[in-house]
Write a protein that binds this ligand. Structure first.
Ligand code: FAD
Length: 562
């Protein structure tokens, strides 16, 4: 490192560069908003809109890393590694920003004052100091010494306590079965589900008045992260309950909340989500599976007819949250969709056929997948499947509101995915550090090599960025969601941002960890090979990555919702 690079104070550098990143992002968003007429013309500028979503997300992650480091200093527990993470990450973000703008200055259309900031000699020199390889290697060496363990402090006592409990639960109850569950594609054992239910984990976001533990979103995310560090499947068991819980809280009738939430909270009812269809993925407004009003033996209700695809856990689930077309007028798009709670019998295995007493049938076949095993994701066919009228979420008022309720539910799922992704990334980081410390080549542990340290330094910095972005999104959802519709929309966008960023981090970090294991990382016997295939699913569900970028994040940003 040059003298100037060593002398740059990490927290000062992080502050300055985070500020530059935030100002640039804000200016780029304003310019893109004009270009796309407030987001109306996103589809004519998709590539640029995606860039905006990415840079806004990364700039926010930099701000959250800095906020954490500053918070530690303010409470007298200054954390030098957090300060280094904040500086190095902010420098990477500004470095990337400058490259992107340099490649396409006309489309970015930044104000002169912002371009001058980016070209300011002090800023340039800080960027060089932040991305200096020796600085990143130094982080890597410290992380390897700690074997990748995260020392992140939580200012919330409930979240802190829950993290300890979840960590020890994951190590004692999940670790012994995680690898077998994956390799043999087994359904998650009932015993584990019951133990998680006993801890109240299915009711994290259910208010106490409905029998839940109401731990709050931060606690939910933290415990998800801990479970996912050992097994993505264990960390994913509560996802569907979280999605339906939020939909019921946002749009269920009081009677429905009282009927369903207590049973979801205790784990008596496990949930599957049915949105996707064989021919309908991202374009949810085009859902074809229909619900037709009718009667069975004098009982009013709906007959469900049509296909669904990729419904995770639909075999074992006791109830399915199903989005169906209730208005045959397809020109209504998403306004013709409604959300139903569809009871069924639980089944294990990869195939099931269920005939209702009312005569309707439901068949399901699991799709084989390289990872994310343990819950199985099913293609389903509903044939005149009867659902009583009281199971239409929101009752009469819920007719045509299914899309809105489902998307609200997905926000909770996306937030939880930020936690899941952080867990998988953390597991990969720890595995890489342990392996690199133990494995010797050319007479030295591979951890001693500069390249290994540099890789680990960047991996750790990105894992920390994903973690703090996710925690911030959880806090935002907790505080903002009841304040106003615009605050809720912002919280939903932040949930999408944390999912977007943390999922990318999980994929990249798990693949780097696998490479650090050389050929042994390619062996099915090593958990790192599982982390790689598990991570790949993270940017797909709850809105595949390009849709999240364009239709959730960019749309909200360009409409002025920062
Ligand atoms: C393991 C797994 C579990 C799942 N679990 C569930 C579940 O429990 N319940 C459920 O309902 N679904 C579930 N899904 C489905 C998941 O939500 C969908 O796969 C996802 O929404 C994307 O839909 P699709 O696969 O049809 O892709 P498509 O919508 O066909 O998109 C494919 C690609 O096309 C491109 N694309 C599409 N539209 C646009 C556009 N407007 N602009 C630019 N590019 C575009 C993008 O590159 C995109 O990645 C699961 C999926 C998997 C793999």
């Amino acid at each position: 490192m040059t003298t100037q690079q060593t002398e740059t104070d990490a927290i000062e550098g992080a502050r300055r560069l985070t500020e530059v990143a935030a100002m640039t992002a804000e200016n780029a968003i304003a310019s893109a908003s004009r270009l796309t007429e407030g987001g109306r013309l996103i589809d004519e500028h998709q590539v640029h809109a995606q860039r905006i979503a990415q840079l806004a997300t990364e700039s926010r992650a930099a701000a959250e890393l800095l906020g954490y480091a500053e918070g530690q200093t303010a409470t007298g527990t200054a954390d030098t590694i957090a300060e280094e993470h904040a500086f190095v990450f902010a420098a990477e973000v500004v470095h990337k920003l400058r490259g992107a703008i340099e490649a396409d200055p006309d489309t970015f259309g930044l104000d002169l004052s912002i371009r001058e900031q980016l070209e300011d000699p002090d800023v340039r020199s800080m960027v060089r100091a932040g991305v200096a390889e020796a600085r990143v290697r130094a982080i890597g060496a410290r992380v390897i010494e700690a074997r990748g363990a995260s020392a992140t402090e939580l200012d919330d006592p409930v979240a802190n306590l829950t993290r300890d409990t979840a960590r020890s639960f994951a190590r004692t109850e999940v670790l012994p079965i995680a690898q077998d569950m994956h390799r043999q594609d087994l359904l998650v054992p009932e015993d584990l589900i019951q133990k998680m239910a006993g801890l109240g984990l299915f009711g994290c976001s259910v208010p106490e008045s409905y029998g839940g533990t109401e731990m709050g979103y931060l606690t939910m995310v933290v415990l998800t992260e801990e479970l996912s560090t050992v097994s993505l499947v264990a960390g994913s068991l509560i996802t569907r309950s979280e999605i339906l819980t939020r939909a019921l809280l946002q749009g269920g009738t009081e009677e429905q909340r009282q009927t369903w939430l207590p049973r979801i909270a205790t784990g008596e009812l496990l949930v599957g989500i049915c949105v996707t269809e064989p021919d309908v993925g991202s374009d949810v407004a085009s859902v074809t599976c229909k619900a037709v009003p009718g009667e069975h033996e004098g009982r009013k209700g709906w007959f469900i007819e049509g296909p669904k695809a990729w419904s995770t856990f639909a075999g074992r689930a006791d109830i399915l949250a199903l989005l169906a077309r209730t208005d045959p007028d397809v020109s209504l798009g998403n306004r013709g969709l409604s959300l139903f709670i569809v009871p069924k019998e639980p089944y294990d295995g990869h195939h099931f056929e269920h005939t209702q007493p009312e005569g309707g049938t439901l068949t399901g076949t699991a799709n084989p997948t390289p990872g994310y095993r343990g819950m199985h994701s099913f293609t389903l066919a509903f044939d005149r499947y009867f659902v009583p009228e009281e199971n239409l979420v929101g009752g009469e008022a819920g007719l045509g509101r299914g899309f809105y309720l489902q998307m609200g539910g997905f926000s909770a799922g996306r937030l939880q995915t930020g936690g899941r992704a952080t867990g998988v990334a953390q597991a990969s980081l720890e595995k890489a550090c342990n392996y690199a410390s133990d494995r010797k080549q050319f007479g030295r542990p591979i951890a001693d090599y500069q390249l290994t340290q540099h890789k680990i330094g960047r991996m750790a910095t990105h894992v920390a960025a994903g973690r703090h972005l996710t925690y911030a999104a959880a806090r935002a959802m907790q505080t903002d969601e009841r304040v106003s519709p615009s605050a809720q929309a912002r919280a939903d966008m932040e949930a999408a941002m944390c999912k977007l960023f943390a999922s990318d981090v999980a994929i990249w970090v798990s693949q780097e960890a696998q490479l650090i294991h050389g050929g042994w990382g390619y062996s099915e016997e090593d958990p790192v090979a599982r982390y790689v295939v598990d991570a790949l699913v993270l940017p797909i569900y709850e809105g595949v990555k390009p849709i999240l970028e364009l239709k959730v994040i960019a749309r909200q940003l360009l409409a002025g919702g920062r």
